[in-house]
Every structure is written in structure tokens, then in C-alpha cells.
Design a protein around this ligand. Sequence first.
Ligand code: SF4
Length: 876
Amino acid sequence: MSRDEARPVETVVTPTRRLAHHLKARHDEACVARGLAVWPTPDILPWSAFIERLFQWDRQAGRTDLRWLDDRAARLSWERLVGRDPYGAAIISPQGLGRAAHRSWRLLHDYEIPFDALEGDESPEVAAFARWSAEYSRWLEAHHWLDSAQAPLRIHCASAGPRLRLVGFDALTPAQATLIQRLTSAGNEVVVEPAASPGVRQGWVAVRDRDAEIDLAARWAAHRLDGGSTARLAIVVPGLAQDRARVRRSLDRVLAPAATVCGGPAPESLAYELAAARPLGEQPVVASAREWLAAFCGEPDLAACSALLRNSFCAGAGAEAGSRARLDAWLRRHETQDYSLARLAARAARVECAELASLIKAALEYRENWPRRALPSAWSRAFFGLLWAVGWPGERLDSAQHQARQRWQALLGEFGAHDDVLGAVPAGEAFRHLRDLADATLFEPQEIRAPLLVIDPETSAGMHFDAVWVCGLDATQWPPAAAPDPFLPRAWQSRRNVPGATAEIVASAARRMLDRLCASAPEVVLSVPQFDGEAPLLPSALLADVAAAAVPDTWSQPSPAQAIFAGRLPLDVRTDGAMPALAVGDRTAGGARVLELQAACPFRASAELRLGARALQEPTIGLDAKARGTLVHEVLALLWTDLQDSVTLTALSLEARRERLLCAIATALRPLRAAASPVLSRLLDLEALWLESRGLELLDCDLARPAFVVDSIEAQHSVDIGGLHLDLRLDRVDRLADGTLAVIDYKTGADAEPKAWLDERPKLPQLPLYVEALGAARVCAVVFGRIRAGDTAYAGLASDDGRFPGCGAPPKAYDSWAHLLETWHRRLESLAREYLHGDARLAPDPAHACQYCPLPGLCRIGDTRRLALIEEGLDE
Ligand code: SF4
């Protein structure tokens, strides 16, 4: 069979890849409906693939000796070219600028704007683009490349061959029209299917906001599909790719309500198909491959090693899941940022992660043979080899993961063809380019086909359905604002009808699109949201001649899936909020934190202090918040151990105070500096500067106080309250001139306010508890020593105004200082009894408790709240 005989008889060309898939699927369905067992595969392909095919035919026939430069390679060369230019070098993201310039290059050719037009324009953007275009053209010529933007002009038109049918094009670009003209003139049969005549706009319905709109559209679809209907429906959502998560949540509430409670099976594969491609790099299996490559192509830190331990797409990930998770938790607690793969492998071998240890070792040995610099084709092979060495992608991929893996492997192959574009580069740079390619490649797994397709207006071009709902027809979106290309002359954009160039062009494109959507089904519902948040919205001007319609009652009814979900057997709800009671007087671990956590959330107190639940630590560069707090306490303890009283402090000059403070800071930092890396040493220098400033500010506050003597520093005490025996450590206690005591607690957080002591369940009960430990009769002031940039001060309550600067008398709700202390005693006793009796209810303080709590994954408060809302029919 000759090459020409192998060619198809008719080729259908579509504007988008999705329409090509859609038409193939419809063809297959029609063949099945006709009872066929086998049938020829129709030749349907998107425009970009069609152009490349024509070029390849030219090459095979010897009509050209040029080489094909695919779009990714073209974009990469634009990024590098713009990055080298002085104009691009001053920009934060030259890659982003390069991508934008590449888009402009394509528009320049698609809309046949002559190069000369760039020269006459005075804008600096156009001038820069003219320079880049000239350089890029020279580069293409020097390497014998042809890119897809130039290809329609350079293809030999005799090579089309089969009859050509163009389907689903809202409008042809000038370059497309020229190529069609040339193909026709060369004797090829070309049919451009005309855009359907505008469908009738059957009225529009108003909905409250964008969420309510998706909700109503989903109910409409559910009722249309009820009773085994075979109808094909579509919901068209402008900006679907950016709004994917919100749209999916709204659809799930109506079409798969059980999934909103417990996840459930991938709901969109059963109830609907969401046609919104996402970057390939975001697919979990691809993200996993990137984690492995990132770790071996650079110097991994603790965070990178931790990610490898949680990576589930490698050999042994299932069998060693538990021991790898424990190792991860251990590393986070005990290791520093400077970590290495060799250390990780050695540690893994000691803690029942033998397979992980051996695969890291194997990959390290494999890496030893890597050159310092190599071409992308060599790196492509090396990256394949490394992923193979670590057993990527593991076992049991589902269908979507399998497709993502195939696309990633193809992308790795495509990257290997970029030798001429990238040249020889180190492994790290090669990986960064591969990563950027994965981020720029959109991927959409082919899901099980569902009767309801959710799609954006552009991608739905050429598709036909039994009924369509078009969302978002408000004046802000139809038409959208004009967005001319920054690198092309405005006059030429307007003359050539470049999309987005002017308000008129945008309006006319929007009208065409709406006409097409209205013709895409016998039944079309248009909807207009009335509010975007608080902002009112107006209907689009495109609906001026269409009447508003009422929403039929049936659309507001619960969907069949919701009705089934609502009719489920009631759950037998049992609240198990009790732990075994403690014995009265037993020593209780946790000190003052027991009552602090019990006040915030009884469940958290028991989970953290009795069951030992704690969050995984996040690897941080430098000191974490806890370590910084400890350092502040140590510095102030050392300082006041040295100074001892206000008389000594007052006698010191500013320089002498600074000297004593710096001495305390140096002593506190010494153990940290001993084991610090260069980076941490630099961070500790910054920490020392911060401590010096804050320390001097707090000393200024002490200078403004009446005379005092420091009575104790970091002293151990214990207290018996409500049957609990708690051990306490008091930051500092000052004895005032009349012999009474002021208790000081240092705080670096923003919540150190006296009002934190005044609730029925006090948020920060430490100081009231310290009063219990010292004896209420001896204490005349409780004080936060607040240490924060711009807010360093003493703040608290005292028996009377003026006794301690920064501390006021008790609020009016309390008759006296004694009344306040009695109230605190009663509240602390009540909290202590709760804990003693094992009260571990999930009852967080609604104002703040969950905000910084590390345990929502354990207590599942989110699920509990969502379930409660669903039970009440209030789930939003
Ligand atoms: S997340 Fe909220 S409810 Fe859950 S333990 Fe923490 S504070 Fe309690």
C-alpha cells in the first residue's frame, strides 16, 4: 500500500482537541446504535495537529528540508530569548514575559499583521517585541526550524490530499482563511461548515448569585435526566478552569450529595463530566515524579526528604507506609534543615524502611554517573532511569493516574527533543525546564462519559446537545472587558479583528458565541446571577431583546439524588465525649496548659495531654515560633538574674544596659550557635538584633515603674485546684515597695490582653492560676510582659490604678480585686473538675479555638459541622 493509499478519505478538522474527542465519541455511539461490531476510525483532529500533519507530508515528499519546532520548544526559546534581553532582565518573571511574547508571535501570524507594522509603533513594548521577533526569526532560519505559527504560510498546498471538513469554528483567523484558500486553489476539496444560524433566545432566568446559579442548573439537569433519560445535557460556565473547585462543590451538593459528607467514589465520573483541563504538573502521579527528580537534581533539604517519605508513587510505599510516616515525624522533630539523601537512606535502613533505603541508595549510585552538563536528550534518558530506580510510579494506578503517567512520559520524550533549543545544561536547570513544561501542559483525563457535560463556552464550540444551560450572562462577563495584546500595535489589532483588541470586537465575539450556544440545542436556558458577593449585577446587553422568564417550580425541588440522600436511614448518633476520670490529687502533666486547653476545647485538652496527640512539625528555616519564645524567656531570665532590682537598673546608663542585655543574649544563643549552619548563624544574628531592640524597650518600661525587687525567676510551684495537682513555672515575680507581689508572664503572641482572663472560660488562665499558687492575699498585680515589635509593654490588672504602670483596676463587673480573684478561683476550679472527670467533648470556643489548633484532622470538626448543616438543610 502506497503512502497516499494509507491516507484517509475525509479529514475533519476542529478548533479544539475536546471537540475532536467529542465527535469521535458521537461517531462511535452512532455505529454502535446501528448494530455495527467494527467500523473504520474517523479521521478527526484539531487544527494544530492538522497543520503539523501537512508539514510532515511535505517532509516525507521531499518538498521541504525544514525541521518542525513544536509549541513547547518554541515557547522555551522565547523564554530564553526574552530572559537575555535587557528589557526582560528587569522583569521579575522573564519566563512569564517570554510566554506572553510567544502568544503575541502566534497572534501576529494568525492575524497576518505585517512585520513592518512593528517598526513604526512608538510603544516600548512593541519596540521590544520587534527586536525579539527579528532575533527569533534569525534563530529559526539558522537552525532550519519551522514553528506552528509560521507553518500555515509555508506549507505546500498540494499535500492536503483527502477532502477536508472544518467543523465548529466560530470564525476563521486570516491565516486559516488564507490556507483554506490556497488548498482550494490547489484543487483540494474543502468544506467549512457554516456556523449554525443563531438559535432562538428563549428567555432568561434570574438567580441570586453564582453559587445559586450552579445549584439551580444542576437541579434542572437532574430533573431532565430523571427516569433513565438518555438525553445529553450541558451546563456552560464562563471561566470554568479558574472556578473549577467552586463549581464542583455546588454540583456535588445536588448531584452527588453523599460525596459532600464522606468523599465517596469520584462523583463526576458518575453524575457529570467536568471539562476543565488542569496543568499536568498538578496531577498527583506527576507531582510525585517531580519530587523525586527535584530531590536528586539539586541539594535536597529536610522538607524535600520529608516529601519523599510521604511520596506514595514509588516501590514499597504501601508496605512501608506506617514506618515511613513515623520516620517523617521523627525527622521533623529531631533533624535540622541541612539534610541529605545519604543520611535519609542510612536512617531509613535503621527504622524498618529497608526498601526505601535501598531504592535511595540505588538512585544515588545511578546519579554518580551523571555528567555535570548534558543535552536535554541525555537528561531525558537520565530522568527516566532515575524514576525507574526508585520504582516510580509504584503499583495500582487508577485510570486518570495511568493517563497522567503516559502524558508525563510523553512529555519527558518531547523534552529530550529540545537539544537545539536548550543546549548542554546542568541537571538542575534541565529539571527546572521540564517542571515548567509540565506546568504549561494542560491535561484532562478521559473520564467515563456522563450524560451531563460541564464545560466553558469556548471549548463547547461545535458541540450539540439535547438541552443546554448557559450560566453567568451578566453584564460583567458577556461581553468581558477588552484586553488588547500588549506587544502588537493597537491600530493593527483593531484592523485585523484580533480577539480582545477593542470593546466592539469583544462584543461581537460574545454575540457570535451566544448565538452559537443558543443554536447548540433545541432547549437552551440562559441564567443571570443578580449578585456577585454584595455587588449587584445587571443582565448582559446581549439579552436586551429577550424577556425574563419565571423559574419553574420543579427546578427548585430537590434533585432525585438529594431526595434519596435525605431519605437515608437516620444515623445513630452517639457523642462519646468522655475519657476515664482521673484520681483526685494525682499529679497531672501539662501544668497551666491543662486549663488553657480545657477552656478552649475539652477534646483538644484530652487529646494533647492525655493521648499525646500532636501536629507534625513543619520544617522551618531558622527558629520556629516555640524556639523563639523559649529564647526570649531565657534572655530575660538571664538579664534579671544579673540585675535583680530597679535600683540597679536605674543606675545603669543606656550603654551599660545594652551591654548587660547583649551579654544575656550571647549566653542564651551560645548553644544554638555551636551547631548552627552558615544560614542559621546569619538568622541567629538577626534574632540577636531583634532581642536587643525588644529587650531595651521592655527595660524602658521597667525604668518607668516604682521601685521593685525581683523576687523569683522561673521558679517552680505547684497548686491543687478542683482535684487536680498542677506543676507550674512562673516566669518572674516582683516584690513591690509595700511587700505585695506582681506576677509577670512574658508573651510574644498577639493575644496577650487582660480581657483573655475575663470570660467564664478564661482563654489564658496561667496568671490567675499563678495567683492560686502564690496565695491570693499576697498578689496585687497580674501582668503580661508583651514582647512584640511596635507593641512591647506591660499590660494587666492590679488591685488599684497606678500600682503597676500599664495595669488598670478590675473592670466594673467586679466589685473589687478580691471579687475578681474569687471569680477566677471559681472558674479555674470548674475547668479543673471538667478535666478531672474526663470531660473531652468536642466543644471548641467558637471565636478562636480551631483557628490555630493542629488537630482538625483528628477531631474532624469540619465533617461534624458540615453534617450538622446538611441535616438542617443549611449546607452552603
Ligand atoms: S480543631 Fe477545634 S474542635 Fe478540633 S480539637 Fe482543635 S479546637 Fe477542638
